[in-house]
Design a protein around this ligand. Structure first.
Ligand code: PLP
Length: 430
């Protein structure tokens, strides 16, 4: 594969941008390659500056559930731009977006827009701490909630790939208020509450952990979290930045039947523009400025272009529930295809899938906890990634990420992917 232009750009980028990238996983470091630079994308395909095309299973890490540059989503955007790119005072489309989110999530009475998932979780914690007048929070090892100080403790995603349990620059004084528990282990949560009686403001969690591959909550785990937070007077914060509008239109709360106190959103609600949001019960949300004392603001929050695109994305999903069935069907096809290959090649690998979310782990199953995930053979994953890239398939450039499907992926894409997966796995397990 020719990637001369990408290589040149990377050299140039490294002079001006730390590591040449604006988000660490994009550097392809953990798979031992230089990054490809993208020129354009459409549907399930992404095209690099050297003219190579790939079936894309990154899909911008989740926002593009309808594929790249979906005509219905981008339609009319020029007209919106012509009316101005940001006003600094309210616009009607912000109300449309808030209504869509509130209607989709029964636990959300009110919602505040921000610019990223990181801002959503960071602001949700501030609100939870203020509401409960408590300092401590509980999070889970391997769950990633963005890069704010309190949450960058034993996080997943890039922080896991780069082996940074807690980043330098995060003060001890902040970390001491973050208690880390084990995903799918209620005993660890009970102990944390016992050891910190009356001090825990909130438990924040990913209802399907999507930043250490895909780890599915065991029966009773979410119910256990809901019960213990109620008993202990702490808030339950469901980080649905990935699962919201992806696992189903009503997110993980619809699928697992629970109501969080605060829910965090991102990705799909912005359709690829920079957006996040957090919402919850009225009595909690009314603590936010300007009606309450908890300050949180944003120059570009509720940006009209982002709201326009996001509303289009959500309306498409709301009016076409078949999209979810289609994506789940493809995920099952991949799961079954991979399981057949794993059996045939007799290799130590396994697939975790729930609805349309899935991941191939390079470790013997089952994978239920962070420790299970850490058994993965990342060297073999690198070989797999490189083989797939050469075959024109862009997989997540790290083992600890889910595969992102969209409604734009076709049966042919899936069939071709499985054929190439078999070849790449053969090579990786050589
Ligand atoms: N929460 C979850 C579950 C995420 O997956 C991410 C990002 O991948 C974030 C929060 C942070 O979102 P952002 O990257 O938009 O800041």
């Amino acid at each position: 594969m020719d990637n001369k232009i990408s290589k040149g750009l990377y050299e140039e980028a490294k002079k001006y941008i730390p590591g040449g990238v604006n988000s660490p996983v994009r550097a392809f470091k953990s798979v031992g390659l230089d990054p490809i630079f993208i020129e354009r994308a459409k549907g399930s395909r992404i095209y690099d500056v050297d003219g190579n095309s790939y079936i894309d299973y990154v899909c911008s890490w989740g926002p593009l559930i309808l594929g790249h540059a979906n005509d219905d989503v981008i339609g009319g955007i020029e007209e919106v731009v012509r009316r101005g790119t940001s006003y600094g005072v309210p616009s009607p489309v912000e109300v449309d977006m808030a209504k869509l989110i509130v209607e989709a999530f029964p636990s959300v009475d009110m919602v505040r827009m921000v610019n990223s998932g990181t801002e959503a979780t960071m602001s949700a914690l501030r609100l939870a701490r203020a509401y409960t007048s408590r300092k401590k929070i509980i999070k889970f090892e391997g769950c990633y909630h963005g890069h704010s100080d309190s949450l960058l403790v034993k996080a997943g995603s890039g922080a896991m790939t780069f082996g940074v349990p807690t980043s330098p620059g995060v003060p001890e004084d902040i970390v001491k208020n973050t208690i880390v528990c084990t995903y799918n282990d209620m005993d660890s949560v009970k102990k944390a509450f016992e050891d910190n009686k009356g001090d825990v403001a909130a438990v924040i969690f990913e209802p399907v952990a999507g930043n250490m591959g895909v780890v599915i909550p065991e029966a009773g785990f979410i119910k256990g979290l809901r019960e213990i937070t109620r008993e202990e007077g702490a808030l339950l914060i469901s980080d649905e930045v990935i699962t919201g509008f992806r696992l189903s239109y009503g997110g993980a709360q619809e699928v697992f039947g629970f109501e969080a106190d605060i829910t965090c959103f991102g990705k799909i609600i912005g359709a690829g523009l920079p957006v996040g949001a957090y919402g919850g019960r009225r009595d909690i949300m009314e603590n936010l400025s300007p009606i309450g004392p908890v300050y949180q603001a944003g120059t570009l929050s509720g940006n009209p272009l982002a709201m326009h695109m996001g509303c289009k994305n959500l309306n498409m999903l709301k009016n076409n529930p078949g999209i979810y069935e289609g994506i789940e069907k493809m995920a099952i096809q991949i799961e079954e295809g991979l399981n057949a290959i794993i059996d045939e090649l007799r290799i130590d690998a396994c697939v975790n899938r729930i609805k349309g979310m899935l991941c191939l782990f390079f470790a013997k199953g089952p994978v239920k906890t962070y420790d299970d995930v850490m058994r993965c053979d990342t060297e073999k994953y690198s070989v797999f990634f490189r083989e797939m890239l050469n075959a024109g398939i862009l997989m997540p450039p790290a083992q600890f990420e889910g595969w992102f499907l969209s409604s734009a992926h076709s049966d042919e894409d899936i069939e071709y992917t499985l054929v190439e997966c078999k070849k790449a796995l053969k090579k990786a397990f050589g």
